[in-house]
Design a protein around this ligand. Structure first.
Ligand SMILES: Nc1ncnc2c1ncn2[C@@H]1O[C@H](COP(=O)(O)OP(=O)(O)O)[C@@H](O)[C@H]1O
Ligand SMILES: [Mg+2]
Length: 302
């Protein structure tokens, strides 16, 4: 990829807070026009990463380039090219939606049309409403509108739908898709698997400050990343499951043995892990009990 095609380039990024290593050497790159999702549980290091890219936090190590610049320098013109969802901090309660956007439009060198931004955020019916009378979901739309008003090239959305009801969530997804349609580059973080799947062109799964796997959502679960297959069948009421990267040979072995015994393999199935399986497996804390899996392994091994 040519350097200028990249909106974000992160190499060996590290961030420590005292003894806490929040980000432990991560690499990723986001192309212009791409929606990139950092997917991971709470405490994974998502916000630390995003705030370093935004120029709000200093990194402890590594190299970071955002729109060709180092955000740690906090250059004003870089700020103007980035859109940051402010979580309602830039909102004056006595102003209307339209007045708020008009006010903030003035600080940017080349703002978008206020009416267009109102439409993009789905706030047409609330344009003249004072912001203190907006619902939570409508305020969140106004946050999006504020992120857009400067007509940024790159937009950061840190957990954009956490705490939303399903309708507000859908609306936020539509807004993200509209932004993508405008050719904007978007870095979003989420701990919702379905959100990453629905919105992101590429996803990196992050946990404990490390990226565990990265790829297109439709590839992450399948052969593309894992190359793993699960062959399962039921024997005397118990599910027997085996994992393999070569299901042809394994099926041949299992079915030949069964035929030689004059048996059938009941409910024989070959499956690949879904993105959900991969995510749950990667982000699961070491738990006492994946008892079923343990039992399956024991049956196979024994
Ligand atoms: N200002 C801070 N001071 C100390 N520890 C912090 C600070 N901010 C975040 N952390 C810690 O860094 C880790 C990553 O946090 P964060 O980047 O907020 O993750 P995420 O956004 O994925 O939930 C967590 O263990 C968190 O407690
Ligand atoms: Mg966070």
């Amino acid at each position: 990829m040519v350097v200028s095609d990249l909106a974000i380039d992160v190499r060996g990024l590290r961030k420590s807070y005292g003894a806490v290593e929040a980000v432990r050497g991560i690499d990723f790159a986001v192309a212009r026009g791409e929606v990139f999702g950092l997917l991971g549980p709470n405490g994974a290091g998502k916000t630390s990463t995003v705030e370093i890219l935004e120029g709000y936090r200093q990194r402890s190590g590594g190299d970071v380039t955002v729109l060709g610049k180092d955000p740690a320098r906090r250059e004003r013109d870089l700020r103007a090219r980035m859109g940051i969802v402010l979580q309602s901090s830039g909102i004056y309660r006595h102003l209307s939606v339209r007045e708020t956007l008009t006010h903030w439009a003035r600080i940017y060198p080349a703002p978008r049309e206020v009416e267009e931004v109102i439409a993009l955020a789905g706030l047409e019916s609330k344009a003249a409403e004072r912001t203190r009378r907006l619902s939570g979901g409508q305020l969140r739309r106004l946050d999006f509108a504020l992120a857009l008003i400067g007509d940024p090239e790159l937009i950061f959305l840190d957990e954009p739908t956490t705490g939303f009801d399903p309708a507000a969530r859908r609306a936020a997804w539509e807004t993200v898709r509209a932004l993508r349609g405008l050719g904007k580059t978007i870095l979003l973080t989420t701990h919702y698997l379905d959100e990453a799947e629905a919105l992101a062109d590429r996803v990196a799964i992050i946990k404990d400050g490390r990226i565990l796997v990265e790829g297109r959502p439709d590839e992450l679960g399948g052969e593309g990343t894992t190359g793993r297959y699960r062959v399962s069948y039921v024997e005397r009421g118990e599910t027997v499951a085996r994992e393999t990267d070569d299901p042809t040979a394994l099926l041949n072995e299992l079915t030949s043995a069964a035929l030689a015994r004059g048996e059938r393999l009941e409910r024989l199935r070959v499956t690949q892990p879904s993105l959900e399986d991969v995510y749950l497996e990667l982000t699961a804390d070491e738990q006492v009990g994946d008892a079923d899996a343990d039992r399956d392994q024991a049956v196979v091994g024994g």
